[in-house]
Every structure is written in structure tokens, then in C-alpha cells.
Ligand binder design. Structure first.
Ligand code: NAD
Length: 326
């Protein structure tokens, strides 16, 4: 039986990845600085460890029987949506860099076979609507739009450097925006799809919701099941270097909001307000991941319907408990 370590198993994508690996027949250890907030872990073993500390990374990787993990999936990061990325730059750069430095160093030296690193399309420069697609090589010359992207680029390079010096296979995915149930939906770290679902779920029928920016920024949103399937396919593949994982359904922020409103069945007006939006546009060439036969199987409408239903249920529970400040 293959053994996998999932770092960040208490988080959104990590939690879904643990379920996927269990379905694939792995023995899984999950590690995080916190428990999963929304679902009991499916991992065979779950450890609370702060991966900024090198000795905790060695503990996470120690199976105690002289054997090593076949695969390590590194998804632990100090991260959040645009609001968090723009206000917590120092925390993001400091905490995520320490995690990434320590986990790859311990994994390579302990003799792990394969290592997955979760990067982001935030490593790319800003784009204009209608620009031709960028591929993996176009991350250079580098000009990420925010410090989160710079840290990801550094961590990608570090993992790939270890792959050159140690017998460890490294796979790097650059995720586009990923969304779905069992992810952060309140508290300031939530990303746009979850924040919009929450605002719509909390709004009265006939009401208005605030949306950051002018609504014209272009993005593609990838449903979490598709992202996780892409991670798994990439990890089993021979694809070296970084690989973009994300769907091709590019929409404006207003299109996203309208999709959420349609899922709610309510009549809601959009009010555009000042707020951190991030880049103007995205357009990526996915030939590399598609060469493995990967495609995004869930369209935005289907994915948002599932996500909205889950967040609406969370909002109902929150209301029933007295609606403490979000
Ligand atoms: P998440 O915040 O839900 O998960 C990250 C997890 O890392 C959290 O559970 C957090 O507690 C854990 N963590 C933070 N600091 C830690 C520490 N010191 N020690 C141990 N664990 C720690 O985020 P996510 O959306 O699941 O993202 C997973 C990965 O994918 C991250 O690396 C993120 O940067 C990357 N990514 C996500 C998206 C997206 O749209 N969600 C897009 C691009 C890249």
C-alpha cells in the first residue's frame, strides 16, 4: 500500500485531496496547524504540527519503522483571498517560505520518492483582457502581481533545486482559482467565489450585495474535484517543471456573481465598491496538463450550485447559533 503525507490536510484543497487519496487506496497521514473546520478528516492519521519549525517537518515525515513516504503533497500555506493577500504580505512571505524551506529539505533528506508542491497562477504578471494565452514558460521574466506570487515562485525554484541534487521527483502545479464546498467562507481569508456565495446567501430576496471592483476582471474558476484530480494525475505523471491546472471557462467577476445569484433563486442587485481585486485578466494555455487527458469536468454553473448550497447551509447554521460577527 502506498503511503502519502498531506501537508495542509486541515485546509480546503488538502482536505479534498486526502479523500481522493483514500479512494485511490493510499494510507494517508494528514498534517496541519489546525483541525479541518468543516469536515472530519478522512486521513488514517492526523497530526497537529506547525511546519514552520524544521523539527516538526521531520516528525511529520517520520513513519517510525525505517520506511519513508512514497509521496508528499505540500499544500500548507499562509494564504487567503485578495483581501488577505494585500493586508498580510509579511505573514504570507515569512510563514509560507519557512514551511516550504523546511518541508522540502526534510523530504529530500529523508528519502521521499515524490514531492508535490502547490503553486499558483499568481506567479504570472498581470494581463489585459483578450491577451494571447500564457504557458508555463511565460512566468519568466518574472513580475508577479503580489508578494504571495513571489513567495510561490521562490518555493517552486527551491523544490526544483532539491530535485536536481537529491533523488526526489518533484511535481509543481500552478492552480487557477479553486472553489467548492468545505472551504473557508468567512473570517477574511475566503476567496471570491465563497465570499460572493456568503453575501448572496445572507442577503434578503430583492436586496443588494457589495462586490469589490468594477466587475470586469476576468478569471477562470476550477471546481475542487477537478483540481484534486489534476494533482493526482500530475503526481503520477512524468511531467517535470511547473504545470498549470485550471479550467478554460473564463468569466468576468460580474458573470461569477450572476451565476451565484441564479443558483440562489433570489433577485439581487450588484453594487460595485472599492476593494482589492488583483490582476485585470487571465488566459492560460493548459496543453501541458491536458497532455495527460485532464479536462475540467465541472462547469461554473454546476460547481457554483454545489458550492452555494453548502455555503447557504453554513449560513443557516450560523444564523441558528445567533449570528455572531463574521
Ligand atoms: P487553505 O488555507 O484552506 O489550506 C492551507 C492549510 O495550510 C490550512 O489548513 C492552514 O492551517 C495550513 N497551514 C498554514 N500554516 C501552517 C503551518 N505553519 N503548519 C502547518 N499547516 C499550516 O488553502 P487552500 O485553498 O486549500 O490552498 C492549498 C494550497 O494551494 C496553498 O498552498 C495555496 O497557496 C495553493 N493555492 C490555492 C488556490 C485556491 O484557489 N484555493 C489557488 C492557487 C494556489
Amino acid at each position: 500500500m502506498k503511503r502519502a503525507l498531506v501537508c495542509g490536510a486541515g485546509g480546503f484543497i488538502g482536505g479534498h485531496l486526502v479523500k481522493k487519496l483514500k479512494r485511490e487506496g493510499y494510507w494517508v497521514r494528514g498534517v496541519d496547524i489546525k483541525e479541518h473546520e468543516f469536515a472530519p478528516t478522512q486521513a488514517d492519521e492526523f497530526r497537529l504540527l506547525d511546519l514552520r519549525e524544521a523539527h516538526n517537518c521531520w516528525e511529520a515525515l517520520n513513519l517510525g519503522n525505517g520506511e519513508t513516504f512514497n509521496e508528499v503533497y505540500q499544500l500548507a500555506a499562509d494564504m487567503g483571498g485578495m483581501g488577505y493577500i494585500h493586508t498580510a504580505e509579511c505573514n504570507i512571505m515569512h510563514n509560507s517560505a519557512l514551511i516550504n524551506i523546511n518541508v522540502i529539505d526534510a523530504a529530500a533528506k529523508i528519502g521521499v520518492g515524490r514531492y508535490f508542491f502547490s503553486s499558483s497562477v499568481c506567479v504570472y504578471r498581470d494581463m489585459e483582457p483578450g491577451e494571447p494565452a500564457l504557458d508555463e514558460s511565460d512566468a519568466y521574466p518574472a513580475l508577479p502581481d503580489n508578494e504571495y506570487g513571489w513567495e510561490k515562485l521562490y518555493a517552486e525554484r527551491m523544490a526544483l533545486a532539491y530535485a536536481r541534487q537529491y533523488p526526489i521527483e518533484v511535481r509543481v502545479a500552478r492552480f487557477q482559482n479553486c472553489y467548492g464546498p468545505e472551504g473557508t467562507w468567512r473570517g477574511g481569508r475566503e476567496k471570491a467565489p465563497a465570499a460572493i456565495c456568503r453575501k448572496v446567501a445572507m442577503a434578503e430576496d430583492g436586496g443588494t450585495i457589495p462586490v469589490w471592483g468594477d466587475g470586469t476582471a476576468v478569471r477562470a474558476y476550477t471546481y475542487v474535484d477537478d483540481t484534486v484530480r489534476g494533482i493526482y494525475m500530475l503526481m503520477q505523471s512524468d511531467l517535470e517543471g511547473a504545470t498549470i491546472i485550471g479550467g478554460d471557462e473564463y468569466v468576468t467577476v460580474d458573470d461569477l456573481v450572476e451565476t451565484v445569484i441564479a443558483a440562489s433563486g433570489k433577485e439581487i442587485e450588484i453594487e460595485h465598491v472599492e476593494g482589492p481585486v488583483g490582476v485585470h485578466a487571465r488566459n492560460f494555455d493548459k496543453s501541458k496538463i491536458k497532455s495527460l487527458g485532464w479536462e475540467a469536468g465541472t462547469n461554473l454553473r454546476e460547481g457554483i450550485e454545489k458550492t452555494y448550497a453548502w455555503i447557504e447551509a453554513q449560513v443557516e447554521v450560523w444564523k441558528a447559533r445567533g449570528g455572531e460577527p463574521l
